[in-house]
Design a protein around this ligand. Structure first.
Ligand code: 4AD
Ligand code: MG
Length: 456
């Protein structure tokens, strides 16, 4: 393979005709005509295929019959203007090499497949148009996340994946152990000399770094052992958690809003081909929705106002609405999709339904929590201003049946140069669902981990 490989994306975007290109990929379809064959080749670099015209008699043409859907191929040739509509260039082959055959059992045939079926072949689904688009978007948005924070001088911190603390206090942790038998009776003999878990959030460790480096963010795998088999929950997902020193709840909400807007803007600007595909096959309303998010300010309401809106809505919900109760996904979606018809940030939640680290408001009843809700998904961000007052933090911990001694290092932050600080967590998969219109979280993560399912 002497000359350099050209990706299909670059071949299709060529400005002038080029000779002696090497293009490699997988055959989507082959059509034979008298004296030549058409091959549609895709290499995942973009949604579009490159059309190859291979005359009978060129070197390797004897292998053309075995270049069936799914086979891998290497083609040398020249770009020539394509007479067919839709694309500017096609590749006139001077030689083809069959790299790897795919027999008739190749499961991705031309007809459309259901998402359920594609999940059962998660190792091959990236070769489909939909999943190629999803995972290109995912990659590009991961880059956009770093760009957004790096440009604002946030420091990227790799918080640990194995941890001893339960940040959210919901007890939804996966235990990490090398013990056999009764693991609860011998925790001191375990690998770390104590109980250890997969992290549910890097926030507590992130706070320690914000209280030194000012503005930080994390972006990494996060684990929740909640047994909820919904289209919006997975046991393993990726979370982005910025944390800002000398910041209050209002600053936190402003940053969350700017972040979601920037992600929508980035997708519109840099993923146009894939977004057009989603708009055609997944969500007709996608562009209008994203543009709306970019252009308009998010609505803001307190939790108490949100509950009043729900109570006055006249809607019948599956779960009852009452002051003091958690908002369920159906409630969140009513607020953002029906009532406000825009993203909405709900803030000042009752103390009893939120974790220990949130700052108690002067009313003594609510905490400085905020959730950003978006149409089609519901909650995409959860965050808060943190309790920076030593005595109040210890009181909050006891209120949640936690021992301040167990979190001594977290408490220390409030002893030594404490500052008001705030942050939030954004579920990366939920953001991708919002930006693509893909309705099930299993379809925006390469290999979904959900209750009862961890194949691949
Ligand atoms: O609201 P959560 O639980 O907040 C925290 O973990 C805070 N420590 C964040 C912070 O303030 N630094 O989770 C944050 C976000 C949710 O809004 C949601 O988007 C996502 O993480 N998320 C999940 N995504 C997929 N599957 C799950 N099981 C998720 N649980 C939360
Ligand atoms: Mg939450």
């Amino acid at each position: 393979m002497a000359n350099k490989r050209t990706l299909v994306k670059h071949a299709l975007a060529a400005v002038t005709a080029e000779t002696d290109l090497l293009v490699q990929g997988w055959v989507r379809t082959r059509r034979d005509a008298k004296g030549f064959s058409f091959l549609e080749i895709n290499d995942g670099s973009c949604l579009a295929n490159l059309q190859v015209v291979a005359d009978a008699g060129i070197p390797g043409s004897e292998h053309l019959p075995r270049l069936t859907t799914g086979a891998s191929v290497s083609v040398r040739g020249s770009l020539v203007p394509s007479p067919a509509g839709g694309q500017k260039w096609e590749l006139k082959a001077s030689g083809v090499v069959l790299v790897g055959e795919a027999d008739a059992t190749y499961p991705l045939q031309k007809k459309g497949h259901t998402l359920e079926f594609l999940r059962s072949i998660a190792h091959l689904r990236p070769r489909s148009n939909l999943f190629g688009a999803v995972f290109r978007l995912r990659s590009r948005l991961a880059y956009a996340v770093h760009q957004f924070f790096q440009e604002r001088d946030f420091v990227y911190v790799h918080t640990p994946i194995i941890t001893a603390s339960d940040c959210e206090g919901a007890g939804e942790m996966f235990r990490v152990t090398t013990l056999k038998g009764n693991i609860d009776q011998q925790a001191e003999a375990d690998f770390f000399g104590r109980r250890a878990y997969l992290t549910v959030s890097g926030q507590l460790e992130g706070e320690t770094f914000a209280c030194a480096l000012s503005n930080i963010y994390t972006f990494g795998p996060t684990f929740r052992a909640e047994n909820s088999n919904t289209a919006r929950h997975t046991a393993e997902f990726w979370m982005i958690e910025p944390e800002m020193a000398f910041c209050d709840l209002a600053g936190d909400m402003d940053m969350a809003e700017a972040f979601v807007k920037a992600m929508a803007r980035h997708a519109l600007d840099h993923c146009a081909e894939d977004l057009a595909f989603f708009a055609k096959f997944v969500d007709k309303d996608l562009h209008r929705r994203l543009q709306f998010v970019v252009d308009r300010p998010f609505q803001r309401v307190t939790y108490a106002e949100a509950v009043d809106i729900l109570l006055a809505s006249g809607q019948t919900f599956e779960y009852p609405v009452a002051q003091g109760q958690n908002l369920q996904s159906e409630h969140e979606r009513y607020l953002t999709e029906k009532h406000f018809q825009s993203p909405v940030t709900v803030y000042d939640y009752p103390r009893g339904i939120k974790p220990f680290y949130m700052r108690l408001n002067p009313d003594g009843k609510t905490v400085t929590a905020m959730d950003v809700l978006v149409p089609g998904i519901g909650e995409v961000i959860g965050g808060s201003q943190r309790e920076e007052r030593l005595d109040q933090l210890c009181e909050n911990m006891r209120h949640h049946n936690l021992k301040p001694e167990d979190y001594w290092w977290y408490v220390d932050l409030r002893k030594y140069g404490t500052v008001p600080h705030a942050g939030f967590g954004l579920g990366f998969e939920r953001l991708l669902m919002f930006l693509s219109g893909v309705a099930n979280i299993r379809d925006v993560i390469p290999y979904a981990r959900t209750p009862g399912s961890a194949e691949f």
